[in-house]
Design a binder for this molecule. Structure first.
Ligand SMILES: Cc1cn([C@H]2C[C@H](O)[C@@H](COP(=O)(O)OP(=O)(O)O[C@H]3O[C@H](C)C(=O)[C@H](O)[C@H]3O)O2)c(=O)[nH]c1=O
Length: 182
């Protein structure tokens, strides 16, 4: 498993070793010991999965407030996504900065999203299945979001008119969002 730092404070791209042969491929998609040896010490306690039937579905930008903030380890089972993280730690020198990574069934890349970062993705092809581990349980009371097209973020999404949930159409701008990451 290669670990490529993406941002300060723990965000990273993970690239598992893929063993291809005439049948297809095999890979260890997750190995706690391998990650611990590389300093990634999170204890993941919940697995999530979503299917987006169409390209242009945008989910996010989501985060959970402390004390239920989540580290996420995101990967794509099928299809491809434009994955985005935003630093929402108000005292961070990179507050409001974002990074994007393409995760797909072809590059098998994974994205480690630390606590204090909002997360969202836009699907690039139909039937994109995304699975991700989290190290804190879902807590609706702590679930928050930021508007996907907040002009202050100026995220370079691959779509201008995404398919959004009702909820994702109504998030506040970052400047108005409830944040408790110091
Ligand atoms: C996240 C979550 C949701 N739910 C329920 C709540 C809703 O009734 C339903 C759909 O939830 P939501 O619309 O928030 O799902 P997404 O829009 O895919 O949001 C997710 O995708 C973005 C990209 C993320 O990073 C978040 O982790 C996560 O919020 O599943 C649960 O029961 N458990 C959970 O852990």
């Amino acid at each position: 498993m290669k670990v490529l730092p993406l941002f300060m404070d723990g965000a990273a791209i993970l690239e598992p070793k893929v063993y291809g042969d005439h049948r297809g491929y095999f890979m260890e998609s997750y190995n706690e010991q391998v990650l611990h040896e590389q300093g990634i010490q999170h204890v993941f306690i919940q697995d999530n999965q979503s299917l987006s039937a169409e390209a242009g579905v945008l989910r996010g930008l989501h985060y959970q407030l402390q004390p239920k903030a989540q580290t996420k380890l995101v990967r794509v089972i099928s299809g491809a996504i434009y994955d985005v993280i935003v630093d929402v730690r108000t005292s961070s020198p990179t507050f409001g900065r974002w990074k994007s990574v393409i995760l797909s069934e072809y590059n098998q890349r994974q994205l480690l999203v630390p606590q204090g970062f909002a997360h969202g993705f836009c699907t690039l092809v139909p039937n994109s299945r995304v699975t991700y581990k989290v190290d804190a349980y879902y807590s609706p009371e702590h679930d928050r979001g930021i508007l996907w097209n907040d002009p202050a973020l100026a995220i370079d999404w691959p779509v201008t008119k995404p398919i959004l949930s009702e909820k994702d159409q109504k998030h506040p701008l970052l400047k108005d969002a409830e944040l408790n990451f110091d």
